[in-house]
Design a protein around this ligand. Structure first.
Ligand code: PGA
Length: 251
């Protein structure tokens, strides 16, 4: 059995004050949820979020991490800095990082390595662009992202990794992959992990869907056998919407 994991990706939203208020509103709404609940907040909100989630079932996540322990990397944050703030999860390789900040499979690989070494859990993002899907390259692209992104990892390290499958064309666009499409692509990702790493690990690996997942479509997506959770952008910024995704079975 894979425990579902619903993670909010706040992106560049919410000051410390707004963070405290949103989490305070969210806490009672997700209490006792069957899924694991995570909020991935901006660096500047981590301390406020840590305080706000204390004593609740909401886990704290960051949105990126650098591969070096320290040094001349202006604007970057290391894994030990996140650990000190009691961060549990970190998103790595989000398509916005790949698109706007030059993230590659090699940097994704290095960041995941550093995160795991510091005992952070990782939400590693993969996904194809619209052009790649239209030209029939989805599987090739995903396979490359998986092989390069996880290159050199030991099978047991996958226990600390969640993969988020996020078709780039579905992020923030209101267009979701259909539940069947998402399920089939996630099945392909699992098959690839089985083939390249280990079938045992692949069976245990949690794979989320992300891309315009919301209160309305969460139940249908989560009913799919391959989909083990969601990475939620826009709908994670309102407590009620996000809680409905978390409690997808009650919708
Ligand atoms: P969205 O974002 O839910 O707003 O589409 C998802 C994500 O980028 O993780």
């Amino acid at each position: 059995m894979r425990t579902p994991i619903i993670a909010g990706n706040w992106k560049m939203n919410n000051t410390q004050k707004q963070t405290a208020a949103l989490i305070a509103e969210l806490r009672p709404l997700v209490e006792g949820a069957e899924s694991e609940v995570v909020v991935c907040v901006p660096y500047t909100s981590l301390a406020a979020a840590r305080k706000a989630v204390r004593g609740s079932n909401i886990k704290l996540g960051a949105q990126n991490v650098h591969w070096a322990e320290s040094g001349a990397f202006t604007g970057e944050v290391s894994a030990s800095m996140l650990k000190e703030l009691k961060v549990e999860y970190v998103i790595i390789g989000h398509s916005e990082r790949r698109q706007y900040f030059g993230e590659t499979d090699a940097t994704v690989n290095a960041r995941i390595k550093a995160a795991l070494a510091a005992k952070l859990k990782v939400i590693a993002c993969v996904g194809e662009t619209l052009d790649e899907r239209m030209t029939g390259r989805t599987e090739q692209v995903l396979e490359e992202q998986i092989i390069r992104g996880f290159q050199g990892f030991k099978t047991r390290e996958f226990d600390k990794i969640v993969i988020a499958y996020e078709p780039v064309w579905a992020i923030g666009t209101g267009k979701t992959a259909t539940a069947e499409e998402a399920n089939a692509t996630i099945a392909f990702i699992r098959k690839t992990v089985a083939k390249k790493f280990s079938p045992l690990i692949a069976g245990r690996l949690r794979i989320q869907y992300g891309g315009s997942m919301n209160a309305k479509n969460a139940k249908e997506l989560m009913a799919m056998p391959e989909i083990d959770g969601g990475l939620i952008g826009g709908a994670s910024l309102k407590a009620e919407d996000f809680s409905k995704v978390v409690n997808y079975n009650n919708n």
